[in-house]
Write a protein that binds this ligand. Structure first.
Ligand code: ZN
Length: 141
């Protein structure tokens, strides 16, 4: 197993990045450079807080190639606190415990492994929101 060079995954590991429309304030995820609400250019980077709630979900039993070891797993449509809907895999939860409205937060996890040398691909997933005693100790860029 080989890890991707740190610099390639750093930004994605720390934050869920999208864009904000400077015309109407709409938050965009994923970034698409044109605001869907007012059709003006939207290219100002915006970092989402990474928290949201489960809007809908479905459990995958027959996983596509590269994802077999996660099956069964749950793919959810997550409504971010800032508004956009994001599709992502849920983690750290039994598929039977997933419900609409469940508070979740983004975490960085191994998405899949690729190739003969097991190149590890990182990406975001969502897990049930944890109660924390102290926040703000995570590394910043
Ligand atoms: Zn706009």
């Amino acid at each position: 197993m080989r890890l991707a060079p740190h610099w390639r995954v750093r930004a994605q590991r720390l934050q869920l990045r999208g864009e904000v429309c400077q015309c109407c304030g709409e938050r965009l995820f994923p970034p698409r450079d044109v605001c869907p609400a007012c059709h003006q250019p939207a290219d100002k980077p915006f970092a989402f807080c990474g928290e949201g709630t489960v809007y809908s979900f479905s459990t995958v039993y027959e996983a596509p190639k590269g994802y077999e070891r996660f099956a069964p797993y749950t793919i959810a449509l997550v409504r971010l606190k800032e508004g956009p809907l994001v599709t992502a895999q849920l983690t750290d939860i039994d598929p039977a415990d997933v419900r609409i409205g469940l508070p979740v937060e983004m975490v960085t996890r191994v998405l899949r492994e690729e190739g003969e040398d097991g190149m590890v691909i990182y990406g975001y997933k969502f897990r049930p929101l944890l109660e924390r005693e102290v926040a703000g100790t995570e590394a910043r860029e």
